[in-house]
Design a protein around this ligand. Structure first.
Ligand code: S3P
Length: 192
């Protein structure tokens, strides 16, 4: 993979993974980080660290809107910070706010990892850490979220990859190829 773009202006040089809970953002993010040498930043983990509480507790004590505001604040911070090119793994609902969608695209190359609702339901059933899936029928809730958010992921992402059937190395290779093309297009013409 080519080294992401310009050494002076580091804006827009990150690779951002979006998609529903269980689509593989964390797993793919780790593998991508290993392959490219780019550091991985997991937004949920950063928020938990900053607040000093796990996400279910943040939702229970302060509500979803508060959590969404923390996501926006973190995205704004990342855009202002002169960070080295980074793999950013997002929370599934980050695309809900229009401002976030714009921030994500400004941050760099956005990849939507899409998986079938059945696969998402199996993958998310192993942990109880997602407040939005804690009560009721997880499959139905995921179906609803999938229907609501699909257009938002589509609007946000520069590319979409199916993560249900493909193995991790294949998804990572595909992201690297597409990111190369994207970053190459961003180069000023005299550097191409
Ligand atoms: C959420 C997804 C979670 C986490 C929070 C809300 C969502 O992240 O941000 O529980 O609204 O879909 P993952 O997608 O990493 O599970």
């Amino acid at each position: 993979m080519i080294a992401p773009i310009h050494p002076i202006d580091t804006h827009g040089h990150h690779i951002i993974l979006v998609g529903l809970m269980g689509c593989g953002k964390t797993t793919i993010g780790k593998a991508l980080s290993k392959r490219t040498g780019m550091p991985l930043l997991d937004m949920d983990s950063v928020i938990e660290e900053q607040v000093g509480k796990p996400i279910p507790e943040i939702f229970a004590e302060s509500g979803e809107n508060y959590f969404r505001a923390l996501e926006t604040a973190l995205l704004r911070y990342l855009l202002d910070a002169k960070r080295v090119p980074t793999i950013i793994s997002t929370g599934g609902g980050v695309v809900l706010r229009p401002e976030n969608r714009a921030l994500l695209r400004q941050l760099g190359f956005c990849v939507w990892l899409r998986a079938s609702v059945k696969v998402l339901a199996v993958r998310t059933s192993y942990s109880n850490s997602r407040p939005l899936l804690r009560e009721g029928n997880a499959l139905e809730k995921l179906q609803k979220l999938h229907t609501e958010r699909r257009p938002l992921y589509r609007k946000t992402a520069h590319c979409v990859l199916e993560s249900s059937r493909l193995d991790v190395p294949t998804v990572v290779t595909s992201i690297c190829r597409q990111a190369d093309k994207y970053f190459l297009n961003m180069l000023p013409h005299w550097e191409k």
